[in-house]
Design a protein around this ligand. Structure first.
Ligand code: GLU
Length: 411
């Protein structure tokens, strides 16, 4: 296990975090690991490693999604749970940070097997999940339908609705208006806010998006509507590029009919979007895509980090040196958890907000976080990432100060 989480130490320096709190925050409060057993359609019993990490509950119930992916590991889940701790504090949400995951290729499961796995996850972790304890949500390869099975299983286990114990639910199960496109909408709002504040590029700039899942697709639609030129899109099947611009709705329809974007338009060199000539590059697939090599080669002036941990710790200084502005994941994809919070509030108060009310509250929260981050970065001469992390760490430190350290530090 690494000594501390990525990007933590420079931010802890900037926040002047005391040694005690550095020690507390370098490691998660709790990680639960198990194996989920499901009967496959062919009659075999198969087990899948699964984790839930509650990194820090200092600021409130822990919050974060559950991902299904073959590369999921305990270490990755912990890193992502730390990231959620930073993200919720940066947004000033009354949550700590968590993450869950199952090491599985969901594409290799039938719908019935997927449902069994989702329900098994909730059965295994039912004792840690709860509106006032730990509130899961969707993440990579888990969406409204998967969350619906999870929410239903929680209800069946407990005999009470427990609606606020999981977010990202479909509307018919107590979900919120505006949750399914919240990450893409939020990413657009953050890009616009920082473009104006930092004078990053002219309106209507060229954008390439790596990853055409839920967040990438919704972001592409908003960019297209706002007059940006989508010069490249990609998914796991390949790349589609056109210097004159691609239509995201046509790309979506093509992907639906053909199973992927490959063949929708021209291909990028090496089938890699990183070196495409554009102003904004958006990693919106899996973490680690912008490694040191891509950081040296990419041509964009702005990286909008929609995928969690898209740029590696080694890539970040290379990008900074090259004058590339990185809008970090904790801001770029924070729209998801911001609307999850509104869903949690609605569930706990029995309210149902309109889409307009949700969008307004989302944009206001993101604008505030962007403004504070940009200001802090300017003052300190730091990157947006270090400034964002420092702001979050300062908030967490403030909570530690008022609650006293006895429980956490065993004094
Ligand atoms: N999985 C999303 C994220 O990484 C959303 C988490 C949530 O809504 O709790 O931010």
């Amino acid at each position: 296990m690494p000594e501390s989480q990525p990007f933590f130490e420079p931010a802890a320096e900037l926040a002047a975090l005391c040694p005690d709190l550095r020690e507390v925050l370098r490691k998660p409060a709790r990680t639960t690991a198990t194996h989920l057993l499901i009967r496959r359609d062919d009659g075999r019993l198969e087990s899948f490693p699964a984790w839930r990490c509650q990194y820090s509950d200092v600021r409130g119930p822990t919050k974060g999604g559950i991902r299904f992916h073959p590369s999921v590991s305990g270490e990755e889940v912990e890193t992502l749970a730390f990231l959620m701790t930073v993200k919720t504090a940066l947004l000033d949400l009354p949550f700590g940070g968590a993450k869950g995951g199952v090491a599985v290729d969901p594409g290799a499961l039938s719908g019935r097997e997927l449902e069994k796995l989702a329900r098994a996850y909730v059965r295994s972790f039912q004792h840690v999940i709860g509106a006032e304890r730990d509130v899961p949500a969707p993440d990579v390869n888990t969406n409204g339908p998967v969350v619906a099975w999870m929410a239903d299983e929680l209800k069946a286990l407990d005999g009470s609705a427990r609606t606020a114990a999981i977010t990202g639910k479909p509307l018919a199960l107590g979900g919120s208006e505006g949750r399914s496109d919240a990450t893409g909408r939020g990413a657009f709002a953050v890009l616009e806010c920082l473009r104006e504040r930092l004078d990053l590029f002219e309106p209507g700039a060229r954008v390439a998006i790596h990853g055409f899942g839920n967040a990438g697709r919704h972001l592409a639609q908003r960019l297209h509507q706002a007059g940006y030129r989508l010069v490249g899109l990609s998914d796991s099947s390949g790349t589609a590029v056109d210097p004159d611009g691609l239509d995201p709705d046509e790309a979506g329809a093509y992907k639906r009919d053909n199973g992927g974007l490959a063949g929708f338009a021209g291909r990028a060199e090496d089938d890699d979007l990183a070196t495409l000539d554009c102003e904004v590059l958006v990693p919106a697939a899996l973490g680690g895509w912008i490694d040191e090599t891509r950081a040296r080669r990419l041509r964009a002036r702005v990286v909008l980090e929609v995928a969690n941990a898209a740029a590696t710790e080694a890539a970040d200084p290379v990008l900074a040196e090259r004058g590339v502005t990185v809008i970090p994941d904790v801001l770029a994809n924070a729209g998801g958890v911001a609307v999850s919070h509104l869903e949690w509030v609605q569930n706990r108060t029995g309210q149902q907000w309109s889409r307009e009310a949700v969008v307004e509250a989302l944009e206001e929260r993101l604008r505030a976080a962007c403004g504070r981050t940009a200001e802090r970065a300017e003052e300190a001469g730091a990157t947006l990432r270090t400034a964002a992390y420092a702001l979050a760490l300062e908030r967490i430190a403030e909570t530690f100060e008022v609650m006293g350290r006895q429980r956490v530090c065993n004094e």
